[in-house]
Design a protein around this ligand. Sequence first.
Ligand code: ZN
Length: 159
Amino acid sequence: MTDMHMGDQTVRYDREATAAIYAGLEGGWAEDCLCAGCRNLMAQRDAVYPSGFRELLNRLGIDANKETEAVANGPLENGLHHYGGWFFFVGEMVTAGEGISEVSDSRYFAYFFNRIGPCPKAFRGGPHLGIEFIAHIKWILDDHWSSDLRPAAESPSRF
Ligand SMILES: [Zn+2]
């Protein structure tokens, strides 16, 4: 395992073990989900993740196109859409810190190491850690963002 410092956080990671797991994964969460929010992310992953974040994922052995989970939280007042998501890797937390790293060379994008999150089966057999991100993303699909949200449950018919 190799140590990495990011802001006030320190983690230990195994790049080769992580890369081997990603090589065996077919795609990211978005490819499985295919809701409008996920398709909007898929359509612009290259633009959404700043280069510094991509370099970090690469250093950890993570495939940037295979997020563990992504959540589209809807539009912000500025017209962008709020997203959150996770990538997991083989590693462990050394110092949790307070830490959140913001990247300023793009629209709002922040990330931090987090023990909590939706860890996929492939990582549960050994030490694992998540990297969580928060992003403000443009809506670039023709479909409306809420076009395939599930309607609220209706009361059962009494007839
Ligand atoms: Zn989705």
